[in-house]
Structures are given as structure tokens and as C-alpha cells.
Design a protein around this ligand. Structure first.
Ligand SMILES: *[C@@H]1O[C@H](CO)[C@@H](O)[C@H](O)[C@H]1NC(C)=O
Ligand SMILES: *[C@@H]1O[C@H](CO)[C@@H](O)[C@H](O)[C@H]1NC(C)=O
Ligand SMILES: *[C@@H]1O[C@H](CO)[C@@H](O)[C@H](O)[C@H]1NC(C)=O
Ligand SMILES: *[C@@H]1O[C@H](CO)[C@@H](O)[C@H](O)[C@H]1NC(C)=O
Ligand SMILES: *[C@@H]1O[C@H](CO)[C@@H](O)[C@H](O)[C@H]1NC(C)=O
Ligand SMILES: [Cu+2]
Length: 248
């Protein structure tokens, strides 16, 4: 394990240590490898692959980029992470370095098959989000800062699959929005297939739904933001935009 981690960290450092993404997932004690953006193309057809294809740890810069839903190029994966409603899914990043901005976990119903879901047209709902924990926007503690592990170890982000969610195949989309560049937001999204089990019967209504792209825009002051402007950076609240979180 130590060796494996060292290997992964080494690989990432070679490419772009200032960026990143969700490389693996865990449910309980089980690890699921993601698509390695710098690994061989043959991963895409692997029967074990659970994550949609992404080829760079660099961010997306445009709120209306068609790849905002599941990163670029976003090709579908074959396998599903089995998970019970009410359990946590943990996205694993390595050495996350950015400190300012919200992190949001979304789901979309695949209607039986996540390979055929058009992620840019899907109905996405939030299952969890993490923002400013305390202090002010510029210098306070964001979850994005706290979650970053600076010693090269994995950074872990867990969100719960709502207990009452009806079973089925879904995408889970982990999105980090980094706001450290004035008026130049950065998006880091990755999507993973999950098969939700359990006895749930519920599904969120319209007011929880959003299109991606569509939900973010440079007209939103929380997105098109200059955190170095004292009038903004000194605020002690940051409202994560978009629809409310559905907790089931
Ligand atoms: C984590 O993800 C990387 C990149 O996809 C992969 O090479 C590695 O095997 C994964 N590690 C574990 C423990 O799943
Ligand atoms: C969308 O983002 C991808 C990945 O960063 C990039 O390659 C592409 O050029 C962007 N598309 C547009 C229209 O900006
Ligand atoms: C599951 O995720 C939630 C949301 O982040 C968190 O509050 C909780 O501590 C997690 N539980 C476990 C057992 O990790
Ligand atoms: C679903 O309900 C059955 C029967 O009540 C129970 O045995 C099972 O543990 C439940 N499954 C989950 C995931 O809660
Ligand atoms: C904002 O905070 C900085 C220190 O963090 C302080 O120097 C400045 O005067 C404050 N500005 C306003 C408008 O409160
Ligand atoms: Cu970066």
C-alpha cells in the first residue's frame, strides 16, 4: 500500500502537482480504482472500470463547458460500485492543494444504464456539499482546505447516499470549485457509477434538480468572485449556490 501510494503521488507530481481530481473511491473498507488520467487507454474497456474517463488533472474554466458534467472526454465506464442507501461513498484525492471554494456531491438517475446517460442533459441533484467552515472567505477555514493533505497522503471526502433513495443505477459526481483566482473559477468534476441497493422508495422533486452545465454562471456572485476584494473576502458567510441538498 505504501509503495502504491508513493507510486501514485510520484506520477501525479510529474504531471501537474497544482491540480487534481478524484482518483479512487471507497465504500467501507473496499477500494475502487478510478480512471487514471495518465494511464493506458485500455482502462476504458476494462470490466472493472467504475469512473468516467478524464485525461487531465487541469481544471475546466468555463461555466458553460459541455464537459462540466463529467469532465473531458467523459466516456462511460462499465462497472458499478455497489452501495446501500444510507452508506457513505468516499472520493479519494492525492495531495489536494487548493483552499478556497465549495465542494458539492451530486447524483443523477441513469434510468437503468449509466453508459447511455447523456450527462449534459441529465437531472442532477445534490446529496451533500461542503463550504466555509469558519472564519472569513479569504482567510477562514474551508472544507476544501481542511481536506487537503499536504504530506502526499490521500485526501478523503465522504458523502452519504440518502437512506430513502430508491434503488437503481446512478452517477455520483464529485465537484470541487476552486476560487483562489480572482473572477476565474476552476471546476474539478469527476463521475462514478454506483448501484444503489436498499429499501428506499423516494426520489427528489423538481426543485432539487439542475442541469450541468446550466447550474453555474458568471452572473452568480458566489462563482464570479474576487476573494481578494476586502469587501468580499472579509465576509464570514458563503452561500453555496444551486438547488438545495436532498437528504432523503
Ligand atoms: C487509485 O487510483 C489509481 C489511478 O487510477 C490506480 O492506479 C490505483 O490502483 C488506485 N489505488 C487503489 C488502492 O485502488
Ligand atoms: C472544455 O474543457 C475542456 C477540458 O478542460 C477543454 O479541453 C475544452 O477546450 C473546453 N471547451 C471549451 C468550449 O471551452
Ligand atoms: C459520512 O459522510 C458524512 C457527510 O460528509 C459525514 O458527516 C459522516 O461523518 C460520514 N460517516 C462516516 C462513518 O464516515
Ligand atoms: C431491507 O429490508 C429487509 C426486510 O425488512 C431487511 O432485511 C434488509 O436489511 C433491508 N435492507 C437495507 C439495505 O436496509
Ligand atoms: C478586511 O480584513 C483585513 C484583514 O484581514 C483588514 O485589513 C481590512 O481593513 C478589512 N476590510 C474591511 C472592509 O473590513
Ligand atoms: Cu490546481
Amino acid at each position: 500500500m505504501q509503495q502504491l501510494l508513493a507510486f501514485i503521488v510520484g506520477c501525479l507530481a510529474q504531471h501537474a502537482s497544482a491540480h487534481g481530481g478524484a482518483l479512487n473511491y471507497t465504500v467501507g473498507d473496499t477500494w475502487y480504482p478510478g480512471y487514471d488520467p495518465y494511464g493506458p487507454e485500455s482502462q476504458l474497456s476494462a470490466p472493472w472500470l467504475v469512473q468516467r474517463k478524464w485525461v487531465t488533472v487541469n481544471p475546466i474554466f468555463e461555466a458553460d463547458n459541455i464537459s462540466l458534467s463529467c469532465n473531458a472526454p467523459g466516456n462511460p465506464a462499465n462497472a458499478y460500485i455497489p452501495i446501500n442507501a444510507g452508506e457513505n461513498i468516499t472520493a479519494v484525492y492525492y495531495s489536494w492543494v487548493h483552499t478556497v471554494g465549495p465542494m458539492i456531491a451530486w447524483m443523477a438517475d441513469c434510468h437503468g444504464n449509466c453508459r447511455t446517460l447523456d450527462t449534459a442533459k441529465a437531472d442532477w441533484f445534490k446529496i451533500g456539499e461542503k463550504g466555509l467552515l469558519n472564519g472569513d472567505i479569504l482567510e477562514g477555514m474551508w472544507f476544501q482546505h481542511q481536506f487537503g493533505v499536504w504530506d502526499g497522503g490521500p485526501s478523503l471526502w465522504s458523502e452519504k447516499i440518502p437512506k430513502s433513495l430508491r434503488p437503481g443505477k446512478y452517477l455520483v459526481r464529485n465537484e470541487i470549485i476552486s476560487l483562489h483566482s480572482a473572477n476565474k473559477p476552476q471546476w474539478y468534476p469527476e463521475c462514478v457509477n454506483v448501484e444503489v441497493k436498499g429499501n428506499g422508495t423516494r426520489f427528489p422533486g423538481k426543485k432539487y434538480m439542475a442541469k450541468i452545465p446550466g447550474v453555474w454562471s458568471m452572473d452568480q456572485p458566489e462563482i464570479n468572485i474576487d476573494v481578494y476584494d476586502p469587501a468580499i473576502g472579509n465576509k464570514t458567510t458563503y452561500k453555496i449556490p444551486g438547488p438545495p441538498v436532498w437528504t432523503g
